[in-house]
Design a protein around this ligand. Structure first.
Ligand code: ADP
Ligand code: ZN
Length: 609
């Protein structure tokens, strides 16, 4: 047990000896110092930034127990396991436990034998729990996922509102609220609703430099996905997001039939199956989960190597939150997305049919348009993303698809005029497929019935093929020259913005139409790595280390990353330690893990020397 009267030098010692990390990152040191001094803190840091250490270390330095409020009961076990693997005294109390183990934990708490305790807000606020805490020495309160207190955000939880009582009832105990949600309004609500107006505020950059962004419109998205997985992520864990439950299941089956390990996750599945799949994803090494957006909140698996979207998310916030689940360990990771015209049509139709009031619909629509703007962008995606969140990046990032392979644009004015005028002449009553057939001069019973084979625009579009025309239409829709009647049959109509193009008053440059599959043909970048780079010579060692990690984690019944995460294994390969002392210089190898696992890993490294 660690005792009182510790200072920030002790914080560094704890970081190095217990966690096995050399230095604090960014603002971690200041945040830790603030709490150790007994002051409150409000921390906005992106996923993977290292929020946990900000309250864990002060919990150890300050006398008493650190109380961590977290909404995610299902994940408490893993968090506690990870701390126990460091030989720390951690526990949780929640509704899934027997009365007896709750009583035991309470005893340990009163005896001062617990460093950190995880509780859900509704449990913490029960009178019996508050009374119990009155009798304990408390080091601090950490309120994780603090954006749950904001009604403006998307994860509002009523129980969080009650947490303001901590301010009065435990006056003098420092509190820290943490979230990865960036915007100003959410931050304000956290400060107000948790009575943290006096708290020192720490806002990190929201950039996730290790994530490579790529967005494309491949003609065959599933094949493109498989190609992407085979090129960059053989045997690695990741998430594939789809919009509908049906597509989730189909995609999971399809990946399995192609020899990948994939499980499905969506709200329509029986709870047991869903939980099983989630826990397999957390524990196993290299499983793919195909999911609707219902999956992922609070998942702190550090080695998610990719997040793929097979549909367009409905907002940039959603896109950033979902892609943010990749690469929490700071290692190279990919955010890959394939989308198509149908996505835009589906999303617009879902929004049009929702019961929300007009102003809400307008806001949703605006968010979708902005997301589309990002997808259609021809310049650095990271700069655009950060700009959206009020953050700033001086120069293009060099680690997104547009930076690595600047998209070609072409002068599309003529083709766009043909497309728009064909929409006009066919009466703005038909979908894209039909209009494209007319442009290509395809005779069909329907086209003849309407007399559209007699139009001046019939067959004037032979310079492009059908998929190129569809792509052009998608861009015209995305840029607002055409709108889609989503309540009806998806017929396309001209908007006000189309007029200057039709009249020849505006020229139009569009993203070059894909010849083949752009997302697929993108070569891996030269400057930065898109995936974990283990040299060919080191592959056998890499597999052996992962195999050992798997064995040890199964033995201990904990997720693989609790033993050592990928960055630690990669560092072992870089250093190739020969003895315990060299092993202790590997990042993520602290005293306890050195004793527990050091020799086993040293043996494997020696065998491969
Ligand atoms: P967050 O909660 O902000 O998403 P975590 O606290 O889970 O992030 O940290 C992400 C990863 O970074 C973890 O694997 C953690 O051990 C590691 N990490 C955090 N701080 C440091 C540090 N100072 N040095 C090295 N690794 C760190
Ligand atoms: Zn870029």
């Amino acid at each position: 047990m660690l005792t009182a009267q510790m200072t920030s030098t002790d914080a560094l010692t704890i970081l190095q000896t217990i966690y096995g990390y050399e230095n604090f990152r960014d603002q971690q040191q200041q945040i830790v110092d603030t709490l150790i001094r007994g002051e409150d803190a409000l921390v906005l840091m992106p996923t993977g930034g290292g929020k946990s250490l900000c309250y864990q270390i002060p919990s150890l330095v300050r006398p008493g127990v650190g109380i961590i409020v977290s909404p995610l009961i299902a994940l408490m076990q893993d968090q506690v396991d990870a701390l126990k693997a460091l030989n720390l005294q951690a526990a949780f109390i929640n509704s899934s436990m027997s009365a007896r183990s709750i009583a035991e934990t309470e005893q340990a708490l009163l005896a001062g034998n617990i460093d950190m305790l995880y509780v859900a807000p509704e449990r913490l606020l029960m009178p019996v729990m508050l009374n119990l805490l009155d009798r304990c020495r408390i080091a601090l309160f950490a309120i994780d996922e603090a954006h749950c207190v904001s009604q403006w955000g998307h994860d509002f939880r009523r129980e969080y509102m009650g947490l303001s009582v901590l301010a009065e009832r435990f006056a003098g105990v420092p509190r820290i609220a943490l979230t990865a949600t960036a915007d100003e309004r959410t931050r304000q609500e956290i400060a107000d609703n948790l009575h943290l107006r006096e708290a020192v505020s720490f806002v990190s950059s929201f950039d996730r430099p290790n994530i490579r962004y790529a967005i494309g419109e491949p003609a065959h998205p599933r094949d493109a996905l498989l190609q992407f997985l085979d090129t960059h992520h053989k045997g690695e864990a990741g998430i594939v997001y789809c919009l509908s439950r049906k597509k989730v299941e189909q995609t999971a089956d399809w990946l399995n039939s192609r020899g990948r390990d994939a499980v499905a996750y969506h709200a329509g599945m029986p709870a047991e199956v869903r939980e099983l799949n989630q826990s397999r994803f957390l524990r196993e090494d290299g499983l793919i989960v195909v999911a609707t957006i219902a999956f992922g909140m609070g998942i702190d698996k550090p080695d998610v190597r990719f997040v793929a979207h097979l549909n367009l998310p409905r907002s940039i916030e959603a896109y950033y939150q979902e892609t943010g689940r990749a690469g929490r360990d700071g290692l190279p990771s990919n955010a890959w997305m394939a989308y198509g015209l149908q996505d835009v049509i589906n999303l617009r139709s879902m929004m049009a049919q929702s019961d929300a009031d007009e102003s809400h619909k307008r806001m949703e629509n605006h968010k979708l348009e902005t997301m589309l703007g990002l997808a259609e962008l021809t310049s650095c995606r990271r700069q655009a993303l950060l700009r959206y969140f009020g953050d700033h990046l001086d120069s293009p990032c060099g680690n997104c698809d547009n930076c690595l392979h600047p998209p070609q644009t072409w002068e599309a004015t003529d083709a766009a005029r043909k497309a728009l005028s064909c929409v006009y002449r066919t009466g703005q009553r038909f979908g894209v497929t039909y209009v494209v057939d007319v442009l290509l001069g395809k005779s069909s019973e329907r086209i003849e019935r309407f007399g559209h084979d007699q139009l001046s625009t019939f067959g004037i579009g032979l310079e492009l093929n059908a998929s190129e025309w569809r792509n052009l239409f998608r861009q015209l829709i995305a840029r607002g020259f055409l709108s889609v009647d989503v309540a009806g049959h998806g017929s396309v109509m001209l908007t006000e913005a189309a007029r200057p193009v039709l009249k020849g008053e505006q020229t139009l440059h569009l993203r070059e139409l894909p010849r083949g599959d752009r997302t697929r043909t993108r070569a891996p970048g030269r400057t930065k790595k898109a995936a974990l780079a283990i040299a060919d010579d080191d592959q056998p060692l890499w597999h052996a280390l992962r195999g050992l990690r798997k064995q040890l984690s199964e033995l201990a019944g904990v997720p693989a990353y609790v033993v050592f995460n990928d960055s630690t294994l990669a560092d072992m390969i870089a250093i190739k330690p020969r003895d315990r002392s060299e092993m202790s210089s590997v990042t993520g190898v602290g005293q306890h893990k050195l004793e527990q696992y050091g020799d086993d890993f040293l043996d494997v490294i020696r065998e491969h020397a």
